[in-house]
Structures are given as structure tokens and as C-alpha cells.
Design a protein around this ligand. Structure first.
Ligand SMILES: NC(=O)c1ccc[n+]([C@@H]2O[C@H](COP(=O)([O-])OP(=O)(O)OC[C@H]3O[C@@H](n4cnc5c(N)ncnc54)[C@H](OP(=O)(O)O)[C@@H]3O)[C@@H](O)[C@H]2O)c1
Length: 357
């Protein structure tokens, strides 16, 4: 039985918390909450369960460390506050606590991440004899496990296309997702964070370079492309309301170029309702979202992954899967060698522990 602390209960964290509470192989011993509205509340309440756990949310990181958990599931928003998040991770890791999480998407491929990030974290792991593993559905599954599955079926690959085609209309996260992607902004307003030079290549360039390394090819360059789509009619949805002239869909990609051709492409087509960008590709069979891998080669392979839930929106189902990607490997990570872990370090069978109870 692994003793676990859940750090934050946002879009992803509420689902990892619920999973930890339900799993027989994990024991919830603490919960972090940054919001004063959540501090003092029972963990069950913070993830929509009715039976109290007796574990009360706190904003006291030292008190959580004093519980000496085997592992912390770190899902606090981190890309907007990287230095503060690194400081919190360093504190946990150097105290000898293993960390798994979805935050700091650059760490999905630790071997490609910058030194300012990996340096202090590696040092903290060495000091605490602990390990850190970050993954999710995208970046994460679609660019590693799903691609590896497709590539294992071909004798020769010419190109690899990884796509997330999603409708974010019902994603209740304007503050981070909506703003950073620029939904609702007109063409002459200030560029959103995602469009700033280099942001895409730092977020998805790691998985592209990592895959090239694994395939043993040296890329000419890693480049990005972005295509916004502006609506001529008002679009109303949960994420936000887009007035005519505002951005209601975006297509962006990071491409790994080899011999002058893009051979590894990680592309996102993100729209708000089906009325947006009607000429762009939709997920197959009328589904609201897909994580797709297409390998052109011998033979051609196409994998379409659809996560869904009878109650939750597809974007929230993606958050459940993001939680699963890391909660499922807690047991393995607790016994892992010290340091930063990438998915390629984990045996495939180790990610399916404790699932059926
Ligand atoms: N790879 C993937 O597929 C994938 C998918 C989804 C998300 N992610 C990543 O996972 C992370 C979480 O995403 P999310 O959508 O769950 O985020 P979110 O709901 O926007 O925020 C998560 C939590 O961050 C906490 N937070 C905000 N400011 C904080 C502060 N100053 N100190 C400590 N905690 C603070 C809040 O905690 P409280 O609730 O305690 O107030 C909030 O609930 C992000 O880094 C995101 O990029 C990755």
C-alpha cells in the first residue's frame, strides 16, 4: 500500500484524487489546496464523492511533507508559475518524496527539457533519493505510447502524424486554456501566449525531438506553424463567448524536418463548437474528439483513440486519462531509480497496476 498526497484539485487533480481514494493499492494521507475556499474541506468533497475520508485539505506544504508520504501527485497549474512550482517540487523531492504529475509539460520528455528546469530537480532527486515522473494524454500518451504502438506495427515508416482534434466548447477553463490559446481575440489584438515565438516548440518540440532520437534520425530542424480561424458569427459556449471577428478555432503544429520534409508532426486542431472552422478536419464518426496517430509506411497504420464518459464532457474525460497516466505508475515510481523518469523508462506492464477492484 503506497501512502499518497494529492497536490491540488483542479481539472486533473480532482480526478487523480478520486482515483487515489478508490484504489485499494493506494492510501490517501493528505491533500493540498491553494484556494482558501478549499482549505479545511474534506478530500471527498473536493472530488465530488459523498462519503467523507477524514483527510482535510491544507495549504501547508511542510505539514504534508511531515506526513512522509511515499508519493505526491502534483497537478497544480505550473506553466504560468514555473519558478514557484519548481521550488515546491524541489522541496518535496529533496525531502525524499517521489512525485508523479501532469504539471510542467516540458518534463514529459525530461531528456529534452532545459537545464534551468532539470538542473534543480535532478539535484533534489539525488538529495532525497527520489524520482519525478510527468505525463498526460497530450503531451504524453499521443506522442509516446500511442506512437510507439503504431510504430511497432510497421517495418518501415515514412512519416508520423500525431493529432489532437478536439472541440473545447464545453471545457470550463477560460482562465488558462481559453486565454493562453487566444479564443475570442481578434486578429489585431495582442497575441496569446501560445502564439509567441518558441512557445509551441518548447511545449511539443520535446516529444518530436525525443521520437527522432528514439528512431535514430537527426532532424534538420524543429519548426512550428499556427493558423487561427476567425468567426463571422457569434459563438456561445461554456469556454467563452466569441463575438464576430474573434478566434473560434486554431490549428497549430510542431514539425520535425528530415531531409527537407516534415517527418514527425504533432498537430492540434482545436475548435469551439462544430460551427467553427467547418472546412478543417473533424474527428471520425461524429465524435467530439480524437487522439490520432497516422504512420505512413509499410503498412500504413492509423490509430484513433477516443476517451469519453457518459456524464463528463470529452475534455474532462481527457483530464481523467491524464490523471490515470500518472496515478497508474505510482507503485513503479516509488521503487524507481533516483531522478527524472520518462515513459520509455517504465515497463509497459507497470502502468496497469491496481486498476480492477
Ligand atoms: N499533458 C496533458 O495531457 C495535460 C492535460 C491537462 C493538464 N495538463 C497540465 O496539468 C496541470 C494541471 O492542469 P489543470 O487543467 O488541472 O489546471 P487547473 O485546473 O487550471 O489548475 C490546477 C490547480 O492549480 C492550483 N494552483 C493555482 N495557483 C496555485 C498556486 N499559486 N499554488 C499552488 N497551486 C496553485 C489550483 O489549486 P487549488 O484547486 O488547490 O486552488 C488549481 O486547482 C497543468 O500544468 C497542465 O498544463 C496536462
Amino acid at each position: 500500500m503506497r501512502r499518497v498526497v494529492q497536490f491540488s484539485t483542479g481539472n486533473v487533480g480532482q480526478h487523480s484524487l478520486k482515483a487515489i481514494i478508490g484504489r485499494p493499492d493506494l492510501e490517501l494521507v493528505g491533500v493540498h489546496a491553494a484556494s482558501p475556499k478549499k482549505v479545511g474541506r474534506d478530500a471527498a468533497e473536493l472530488c465530488g464523492l459523498t462519503e467523507p475520508t477524514g483527510i482535510i485539505a491544507t495549504d501547508d506544504v511542510d505539514a504534508l511533507i511531515a506526513l512522509a508520504p511515499d508519493c505526491v501527485v502534483y497537478t497544480a497549474q505550473a506553466e504560468t508559475r514555473p519558478m514557484e512550482a519548481v521550488e515546491q517540487l524541489v522541496k518535496l523531492l529533496s525531502a525524499g518524496i517521489n512525485v508523479v504529475g501532469s504539471s510542467m509539460v516540458w518534463l514529459v520528455t525530461p531528456s529534452q527539457a532545459d537545464d534551468w528546469l532539470t538542473g534543480p530537480l535532478e539535484k533534489a532527486c539525488a538529495q532525497g533519493n527520489s524520482s519525478l515522473y510527468v505525463n498526460g494524454i497530450d503531451p504524453g500518451y499521443s506522442g509516446d505510447t500511442e506512437v510507439h504502438s503504431a510504430l511497432s506495427l510497421v517495418t518501415r515508416a515514412e512519416s508520423i502524424l500525431v493529432q489532437e482534434i478536439f472541440d473545447y466548447a464545453n471545457y470550463d477553463d477560460y482562465e488558462f486554456t481559453g486565454k493562453s490559446m487566444g479564443f475570442g481575440l481578434t486578429a489585431d489584438e495582442e497575441q496569446p501566449m501560445l502564439f509567441l515565438p518558441g512557445v509551441l516548440t518548447t511545449m511539443w518540440g520535446g516529444p518530436v525531438r525525443n521520437l527522432a532520437d528514439q528512431l535514430g534520425i537527426e532532424l534538420d530542424e524543429v519548426r512550428q506553424r499556427i493558423e487561427p480561424w476567425y468567426t463571422d458569427q457569434k459563438i456561445e459556449c461554456k469556454l467563452c463567448t466569441v463575438e464576430p471577428g474573434g478566434m473560434a478555432a486554431v490549428k497549430f503544429a510542431v514539425e520535425g524536418v528530415y531531409n527537407g520534409e516534415p517527418v514527425i508532426t504533432m498537430e492540434h486542431i482545436t475548435r469551439l463548437t462544430a460551427a467553427s472552422a467547418p472546412d478543417w478536419e473533424f474527428p471520425p464518426d461524429g465524435k467530439p474528439g480524437v487522439h490520432r496517430v497516422v504512420v505512413e509506411g509499410e503498412p500504413r497504420v492509423e490509430l484513433n483513440t477516443h476517451v469519453s464518459d457518459p456524464v463528463l464532457d470529452v475534455t474532462e474525460a481527457g483530464c481523467v486519462s491524464t490523471a490515470a497516466r500518472v496515478v497508474n505508475v505510482i507503485d513503479w515510481v516509488c521503487d524507481a531509480p533516483t531522478g527524472l523518469i520518462g515513459v520509455e523508462d517504465i515497463p509497459q506492464a507497470a502502468v496497469i497496476r491496481g486498476l480492477i477492484w
